[in-house]
Design a protein around this ligand. Structure first.
Ligand SMILES: [Zn+2]
Ligand SMILES: [Zn+2]
Length: 144
């Protein structure tokens, strides 16, 4: 498994790209970085409320929008949850292996897969705006 983004890398990236890493955004991404499973917005809200009980859902949603839009986190569509990106910055298409036994999410990037999808789309004169690829199964540690 590749190394997840560290908070330090994200902070540096935000300075470089002139993005504002507000305290809630920073708290949300730190939380996601430390988790191997994806987390729902509700779980993130509960976590933030531990340190600040007045945290409201829109704060969490706004932070998640920012993190996903800037490529620091991804949304797992099939479980409506979020995970920290495995790669450094930049918006990119991500594909996921999701273990149905331990819920670990592994991010991978196959240009080959994206290319095939583009070719198929071209056949249908379809223009892809968002690519979602999630494969469910059993991870290496759960297969032992
Ligand atoms: Zn990613
Ligand atoms: Zn597993």
């Amino acid at each position: 498994m590749s190394q997840k983004l560290s908070l330090k890398l994200i902070q540096e990236d935000c300075v470089k790209r002139k993005l504002k890493l507000t305290p809630p955004r920073e708290k949300v991404i730190s939380y996601l970085i430390n988790e191997t499973e994806s987390r729902t917005a509700y779980q993130i809200l509960e976590y933030l409320q531990q340190s600040d009980p007045s945290t409201k859902p829109p704060t969490v949603y706004r932070a998640l929008d920012f993190l996903c839009l800037n490529g620091f986190a991804h949304r797992i569509e099939s479980s409506n949850s979020f995970i920290a990106c495995d790669l450094e910055g930049e918006k990119h298409m991500a594909q996921f292996f999701i273990c149905q036994s331990c819920n670990q999410v592994t991010e991978f990037h196959s240009h080959k897969l994206s290319k095939i999808l583009e070719e198929e789309a071209a056949n249908f004169q379809f223009s892809i705006q968002q690519e979602i690829l999630e494969a469910k199964g059993v991870c290496k540690s759960c297969r032992k």
